[in-house]
Design a protein around this ligand. Structure first.
Ligand code: PLP
Length: 394
């Protein structure tokens, strides 16, 4: 049974997202019967002992609004423990700093978000002497060949940003299990609605909640979900005691609110993305479309197997010059040129124009074509999205 069948079979994801069962509501009520968990802005809590002892002492370490979100995140990702961070990068860097010692070894897929790449190459390798092997993890054998008895962590982002490459989580997890090392998966592009890495064998799932989970482009945040008690203890200690990079109560509230509509939004993102991908595939100024839901995507079968839907992110290669590409960006009206993704509004990013210093030229990591356009397909009327592209493409 694929995850899509599983979802159709009714795994109650939407009910869990809304949190409308009695068990999910109960922890927030605390005598006031709030249906929506309140925002606890307090930094500290009055001390009491014995039966009156507080669950929370100081909000860096734990806070009721954050705890409610962390439960919600764990529930939706199908994991035991959730942690909410100040950004997606805070979640990734905490994973690396906690699980990889100085001079340790990481095997990472060679297509990943440029910030994560910089963290690995400049901070982990440059500052802590960590040895990083970037491999084309589309073939799990390359991962198996790079992992050895000194490896501390395998890291993949699937689907990857911005090349929309997929990695076979189940096969890679078999390799990491054989070596008894953790597999971390950045599942930001898939969202917990379309992809469940823990079920496929991953040990740590990371999200930039800035994207689909919050979904409204008004909060920067990150999340980690894990089933592994020891890993959780290490990460929680690093976050709460050492790094202090937790999500603020107000942002926790925003993410928690966003999560309730995640299923409805993801269905709509996906439907619009399929329509936009098909439109682009048939446009003569587009030489290639990368969308896992297109049969032309080389990993369409893996996407259909390991994801329950194809999500709302795609990239395409424009057949023309950078000057024409700039004119395309200027001609857009409904799509906004800008960084980030996963919000209700459609965004386009041309990495070579907008983040030139961060674009990989393919030395250690996969090369990003100069005329690659990344599209975060939003929730606008799909006819307006197609019309906008039709008008702006020269
Ligand atoms: N992971 C992926 C796949 C991303 O695309 C991003 C940001 O674009 C991040 C992590 C980092 O998240 P944040 O910007 O919330 O730190």
């Amino acid at each position: 049974m694929t995850q899509r069948d599983d979802r159709l079979d009714g795994n109650r994801f939407a009910t869990k997202a809304v949190g409308s069962t009695e068990t999910e509501r109960r922890p927030h009520r605390r005598g006031t019967n709030d249906v929506v968990p309140p925002i606890h802005l307090t930094t500290t809590f009055e001390w009491a002992s014995g039966d009156d002892a507080n669950e929370h002492d100081y909000s860096r370490e734990s806070n009721p609004t954050r705890a409610a979100l962390e439960d919600q995140l764990a529930r939706l990702e199908g994991g035991e423990h959730g942690l909410a961070f100040a950004s997606g990068m805070a979640a990734i860097s905490t994973t690396i700093l906690s699980l990889v010692p100085p001079n340790g070894h990481i095997v990472a897929a060679d297509s990943l978000y440029s910030g994560a790449e910089k963290l690995l190459t400049e901070l982990a390798a440059g500052h802590f002497g960590v040895d990083i092997d970037f491999v084309d993890a589309r073939d799990p054998d390359t991962v198996a060949a790079a992992v050895d008895s000194d490896t501390d962590l395998v890291w993949v982002e699937t689907p990857s940003n911005p090349l929309i490459r997929l990695y076979d989580i189940r096969s890679i997890a078999e390799i990491t299990d054989d070596h008894d090392i953790p597999l971390g998966v950045d599942s930001t592009f898939g969202s917990p609605y379309f992809q469940a890495p823990l079920e496929l064998g991953a040990d740590i799932v990371v999200h930039s909640t800035t994207k689909y989970l919050n979904g409204h482009s008004d909060s920067i945040g990150g999340a980690i979900i894990t089933d592994d008690d020891a890993v959780f203890e290490q990460l929680a200690f690093a976050q709460r005691v050492g790094l202090g990079n937790m999500l603020s109560p107000f942002d926790c509230y925003l993410v928690s609110r966003g999560l309730k509509t995640l299923p409805a939004r993801m269905e709509h993102h996906e439907a619009n993305a399929i329509a936009v991908a098909r439109f682009l595939e048939n446009h003569d100024r587009v030489s290639c479309v990368y969308y896992p839901g297109l049969e032309s995507h080389p990993q369409y079968e893996l996407a259909s197997e390991q994801m329950s839907g194809y999500s709302g992110m795609l990239s395409f290669e424009f057949d023309g010059s950078l000057i024409e590409l700039e004119a395309f960006l200027e001609g857009l009206d409904v799509f906004t040129p800008g960084a980030s993704l996963g919000g209700v509004e459609s965004l386009v990013e041309v990495p070579s124009l907008m983040i030139p210093d961060e674009v990989s030229h393919g030395e250690a990591t996969a090369e990003i074509p100069e005329t690659l356009v990344r599209v975060s397909v939003g929730l606008e009327d799909v006819n307006d999205l197609r019309d906008d592209l039709r008008t702006a493409l020269p």
